[in-house]
Write a protein that binds this ligand. Sequence first.
Ligand code: ZN
Length: 216
Amino acid sequence: MLNVRRQLKEYATKLVTSGLVVGAGGNLSMRDGAYMYISPSGFDLQEIEEEQWVKVDIETGKVLSDLKPSSELLMHLECFRRRSDIDSVLHAHPSYSVGVSSASKDIPSMFPDFPAMIKNVKYLDYMIPTTHVLADAVAEVIEETDVVVMRNHGVLTVGKTMKEAYFFMQLTEEAAKVYTISSSVGIPRLLTEEECQDLKNLSSEKYRAKLLKNSQ
Ligand SMILES: [Zn+2]
C-alpha cells in the first residue's frame, strides 16, 4: 500500500535528520492489514525508496519481497502480534537515552509532557541485538508499555500511528537529554510521584493524548 510506504519513507528521513539514528542503525515498520512493511537490512534509512520496503506476513513471518528485512524483524513481528491496537513500530539508537540508561539509571520525569504522555517505560538489560532472546524480552513487556528502553543499545516505541511512535521516541530522548543537562549543572530536581499523577489526570493532557492517537 503506497500510503504506508510513503509514511515509512517520510519518518525514516526524519529519524536520520533529527539525529535519532546514525548510518544504517535503527529500523521501522508499519502494519497493512495482515502484512507489515519494514526497512530493508543494511540501508541508510533515508536512502530507502518507497518500493524497497520489505513486505512480511505478520502471522507466519514469511518475507514476501526480494530484499532482506531488517535484522530486528523478530522484534517488530512480536510487537504487531501482541498489540492489535498499534500499527507502527520504531526502533532507534538515540544517544541520550542510551547514555542515561547505560549508567544503570532510569530516565526520570523532569518536565510535564513526559509523565503526561508516556505511561510506563520498561527497561531491558543488554542483550545481543537481532536475536530471539531480545525479541522474546520485548514481547514480554510490550503489552504493558509503548516505550521500551534497551540499555547499551537503543529504544523501541510503538503507536497507533507512526506520528505517535515518533513522538514517544522524541519525548523519551528529550527527557534523557534534559536529565543529562541538569545533572551536569547541579542536582536535578525531579517531578514527584504526586506531580506526575496530577499530570496524568489532567483532562487537557488526556485530550492531547487522544488527539494524537486519532491523527493521521
Ligand atoms: Zn538496534
